[in-house]
Design a protein around this ligand. Structure first.
Ligand code: NCD
Ligand code: ZN
Length: 346
């Protein structure tokens, strides 16, 4: 049995750092393990201009401990009013690496998101011209669409028409959660990719809802049935070049999740690599872990892989990780996959 694995240092292609005290509390969990991260822009207020992104990047860099070499790759939050010229400037200056599309109302802090893709076509055309990827939260928001169907309906009614109209645009379906999404990406062109989270690989909706409701498993897009979980596991562990790691690690204070109307988001950074190694081992695919964590993402984004390496070992006793982390405003509960984990980064 393999019990040591050395891979290129991973990157996180979808991470929420927040701001202020929360930023300081979480950023080094990421910076100590990952080389780079695509930084989600759904702050309050959101990161909507190149100047906002440059200022946010400064705040992130200032919060990183000096021993870590971590590069934040910034994104803009697309709104109905985004100025295409500002997007182009920010990309030309190397301030941003992608733009994030949140359908208005789809998830945490998405109130300022896009109300109709038609409203942002001029921005998307510029992005296609300059090869700037669009990160997509792929869920419709219509109240009449069941929450478990919102990703599949989005693909059919929103994403496919967009990609037909603008095939040159690079599109990444963030945190894909369904077999429909996996098939969509697999059947798509090189311009279509997807990130997958550790928690969607580890749990399905039974884990969230059977025997009691577990608010720390609640995230968006919501975890689906086991057959979808297996489709994600097959995609991630296949080595396919257009599937790669985006943790979607999204810290919320514990008390805002353990309440009658809890927030969506899972904080998984402390055990991401342990979870992934376990999943890849269970799927007999440890040889593809490096592609998923460290190679496919940079290639798709047009960047070189990290020079550093990360070594993972498999222990005979369960790996320890904190149950929660502390911020001045309260704790953030760490993702508990519900099973012991044996792999850990050295
Ligand atoms: C994210 C958050 O809290 O910012 N929540 C989540 O459930 N994933 C937003 C997002 O990525 O949808
Ligand atoms: Zn997210």
């Amino acid at each position: 049995m393999v019990d040591t694995l050395t891979i290129r240092q991973p990157d996180d292609w979808h991470i929420h750092f927040r701001d202020g005290e929360m930023l300081k509390a979480v950023v080094n969990d990421t910076a100590s393990q990952f080389g780079r991260g695509i930084i989600m822009p759904n702050l309050v207020p959101p990161v909507v201009t190149g100047a906002d992104a440059a200022a946010y990047r400064e705040r992130i860099t200032a919060a990183i401990q000096p021993e870590h070499q971590f590069t934040p790759l910034m994104t803009l939050y697309l709104t109905d009013n985004t100025d295409p010229a500002d997007v182009k400037d920010a990309a030309d200056q190397g301030i941003i690496h992608a733009v994030k599309l949140y359908p208005a109302g789809a998830t945490t802090n998405s109130q300022s998101g896009v109300t109709s893709i038609n409203n942002v076509m001029s921005v998307l055309e510029v992005m296609a011209d300059i090869n700037l990827p669009l990160c997509v939260h792929g869920e419709v928001t219509s109240p009449d669409i069941d929450i478990f169907d919102r990703e599949a309906v989005f693909l059919e009614t929103q994403l496919q028409p967009l990609q037909q109209a603008l095939p040159e645009l690079k599109v990444i379906l963030e945190h894909v959660t369904t077999a429909d999404g996996v098939n969509y990406v697999r059947d798509g062109s090189y311009n279509t990719a997807a990130t997958i989270t550790p928690h969607h690989l580890m749990i399905n909706r039974n884990h969230m809802l059977v025997g009691g409701i577990r608010p720390h498993y609640y995230c968006l897009p919501i975890v689906k049935r086991a057959t979808h979980q297996q489709a994600l596991r097959d995609a991630a562990t296949s080595g396919h070049e257009r599937f790669f790691l985006g943790t979607d690690s999204a810290p919320h204070l514990t008390h805002t999740k353990e309440t009658s109307c809890g927030c969506a988001g899972v904080y998984n950074t402390p055990n991401t690599l342990s979870c992934l190694a376990q999943v890849f081992e269970e799927e007999n695919a440890l040889e593809h872990l490096e592609a998923f964590c460290s190679l496919n993402g940079p290639t798709w984004y047009g960047l070189p892989p990290n020079e550093n390496t990360t070594t993972l070992t498999r222990r005979s006793t369960p790996t320890e990780y904190p149950a929660s982390i502390t911020t001045p405003d309260g704790t953030v509960t760490v993702f508990d996959p519900g099973v012991d984990l044996y792999w850990a980064a050295v």
